[in-house]
Write a protein of this length. Structure first.
Length: 139
């Protein structure tokens, strides 16, 4: 499948989900990464006008889970997030943030993802770690 077709597939399954609500769009894919972006607007702000950490974590988990589905055998396994941790290091008030997921560990059952969230200038906003589990699909 082409890069464009994979991204189109990722974006098409987001209808009527949290990803659509947060306007998360998958924008780039490579041999070992998936990137998504999310607009920073009052919809995802804390009361003081900066990006809410929970919205950032939702972006990170969305890109990591989608990457698991792409890079594992989605026909045979279902993927679930088990744990996510985030360190927020920079505030953002507007524009876009980008999350890129890369494997730290690709096991048959558990996977560990490194997810960097950056602003439009490439500055680190949050460093996230996501653990996913792959469970066999029932026939």
């Amino acid at each position: 499948m082409t890069k464009e077709a994979l991204l189109e597939q990722c974006n098409s399954i987001c209808k009527n989900t949290l990803m659509e609500t947060l306007e998360i769009t998958y924008t780039d894919i490579g041999d070992d990464f998936l990137t998504a972006r999310m607009p920073v607007s009052p919809k995802v702000h804390q009361p003081d006008g900066v990006l809410h950490g929970g919205a950032t974590v939702a972006l990170a988990e969305s890109v990591g889970s989608a990457a698991s589905i792409i890079f594992l055998d989605a026909a045979k396994v279902m993927v679930r997030g088990v744990e996510i941790a985030a360190n927020h290091v920079r505030s953002v008030r507007s524009g876009y943030v980008y999350a890129t997921a890369r494997f730290l560990h690709k096991g048959r059952t558990t996977q560990l993802w490194d997810i960097k969230v950056t602003d439009e200038e490439g500055n680190l906003v949050s460093a996230c770690k996501l653990t996913t589990i792959s469970l066999p699909k029932k026939a």
